[in-house]
Write a protein that binds this ligand. Structure first.
Ligand code: NAD
Length: 478
């Protein structure tokens, strides 16, 4: 008897939330925690689904649908970005909130996991309309106690940035101005509004640090047939937004060759390398990436995923690498800049053929790590480095002068200027981020080796262990 092959289009991969839970279950089965506790770790604690009116510029009223999900309260506040996208669903927001809980645990950031989503096609709204709807969303969160420096602290995500965070802050200040720590109600703010230097590029820089650390491990690189280091590696990046642009920029600065780019309007390929800064200027001028001089253009944005390369950085949205295109993906390293870019079935296909997947919940944790620094800055009411920069500078100068007087030899002034500097806020933030990503990679790498599992499963196991300890120590509230 012959079996009829199922048409590819009729097969529905599990939803984003089901995928996250599937990965959780795979890892949970390898831990020794009681079933009830595992169920609690997996459960989404609360979801606020709201609908609110916004007046458009033409006077009409539109009803906006939005969510805020608080996945885990094992640590407070909850933390997670706000997404503006036309296809936002409750399932997606809950999946992203769950990923935030696991992500924070992996990088030892003491927050629970949350996420927000507003179902809008951002480009259809004027700036005043966007401001009105962002403020109204913030107002709804305040009214229901779903935001606050000790409750739940949003940040930017797909379709939002510092501007929206400033509007949220201002709405919070208007309603809760007597809260001394009000500036800690949201992160990813402009620096002039209590933001921290280095937050804008943090996720992409974290992606870079994570890839760089992975590429330093000779054993893994040998298995992949790659040399150590970033220099000369051929990279494809999907999505030239906050995460994708900064990942590409830092990888290029470290010597990687960006051979491919995917954006909404199509894919670009150039074996000699695409200059990211030039491409960004071209995009700013023309409003598109297609037609960029020197690169071959392809109409299909997903074409780039299948380009020949060493490292593929999907940095757009979830469910981009599926069981349909996974067999055509040639990259040796899949570096997940976006949340959930690879479906569970696609992961299996890629792992089977020996690809190395750097999982989202580790690799894009740079954003929440620096958000944590911003929150600390807001609670301590002082800029990092303000107290010690000049003190450190004079200490190092004194040491150099002592060496000069002992040896009788003078240092070049240029050398003194280079060495005798105290760290400023950006130096401290970047150093904290680098340390976090290196530590986290080595933790999950060791766990993967010990348990003989892939990095994603190891990352889940580590975070489940950490959250379980937290719940056990806290006890269960009657
Ligand atoms: P963004 O809005 O700044 O950029 C996304 C980019 O992807 C846009 O330029 C968009 O045009 C492009 N894009 C959308 N669909 C595409 C497609 N099919 N093919 C090619 N390009 C496409 O968003 P972002 O903040 O960079 O977020 C990207 C991903 O990273 C999301 O999954 C988000 O959850 C995740 N993430 C973001 C942060 C952060 O700090 N911003 C932190 C952690 C994770």
């Amino acid at each position: 008897m012959t079996t009829v092959a199922e048409p590819q289009t009729s097969f529905q991969e599990p939803s984003f939330l089901e995928q996250v839970n599937k990965n959780f279950d795979k890892a949970a089965a390898l831990t020794k925690h009681p079933e009830g506790l595992l169920k609690q770790i997996k459960a989404c604690n609360s979801v606020y689904h709201m609908k609110f009116p916004v007046q458009l510029d033409n006077g009409e009223i539109e009803v906006i649908e939005a969510w805020r999900a608080e996945h885990s309260h094992h640590k407070l506040p909850g933390k997670g970005g706000i997404r503006f996208a036309a296809n936002v669903t409750e399932d997606e927001v809950m999946a992203l909130a769950a990923l935030m809980s696991y992500k924070c645990a992996i990088v030892d950031v003491p927050f629970g996991g949350s996420k927000g989503g507003v179902k809008i096609a951002r480009h259809k709204y004027s700036e005043p309309e966007l401001q009105r709807l962002t403020r109204r969303y913030a107002y709804e969160l305040i009214r229901k106690n779903f935001i606050g420096p000790s409750i739940d602290v949003p940040a930017p995500d797909y379709g939002t940035g510092p501007k929206e965070m400033a509007w949220i802050l201002d709405t919070y200040l208007a309603m809760k101005g007597d809260d001394m720590n009000a500036y800690g109600c949201v992160t990813g703010k402009p620096v002039s509004q209590g933001g921290v230097r280095g937050r804008t590029e943090a996720t992409g820089l974290g992606v870079f640090y994570g890839i760089r650390e992975a590429c330093q491990h000779t054993e893994e690189m040998k298995k992949l047939g790659l040399s150590n280091g970033i220099d000369g590696k051929r990279v494809v990046v999907q999505g030239l937004g906050n995460v994708g642009y900064h990942s590409a920029k830092f990888l290029q600065e470290a010597g990687a060759i960006i051979v491919g780019i995917a954006e909404y309007d199509g894919s670009l390929y150039d074996s000699k390398g695409i200059d990211i800064e030039k491409l960004m200027s071209y995009r700013k001028e023309t409003g598109k990436t297609q037609g960029f001089p020197g690169a071959e253009g392809y109409e299909d944005p997903s074409q780039a995923l299948e380009f020949e390369c060493d490292i593929l950085v999907p940095a757009a949205l979830e469910n981009q690498i599926t069981r349909i295109n996974a067999p055509n993906i040639k990259a040796k390293i899949i570096a997940e800049g976006a949340n959930g870019p690879t479906t569970a079935l696609a992961s299996e296909i890629l792992l089977e053929r020996g690809a190395y997947i750097l999982p989202d919940m580790f690799l894009n944790a740079g954003g929440v790590t620096v958000s944590y620094f911003e929150w600390i800055k807001n609670l301590s009411h002082v800029r990092f480095g303000r107290m010690e920069k000049r003190f450190d500078q004079s200490m190092i100068t004194n040491i150099l002068k002592s060496v000069e007087s002992i040896t009788g030899k003078k240092f070049e002034q240029s050398l003194i200027n280079k060495v005798a500097t105290g760290a400023d806020e950006l130096d401290l933030v970047r150093s904290g981020l680098e340390e976090t990503m290196i530590q986290a990679y080595n933790q999950i790498y060791e766990s993967a080796r010990t348990n003989k599992v892939d990095l994603r499963t190891a990352a889940f196991m580590n975070s489940i262990d950490k959250i379980a300890v937290s719940y056990k120590e806290l006890g269960i509230f009657p």
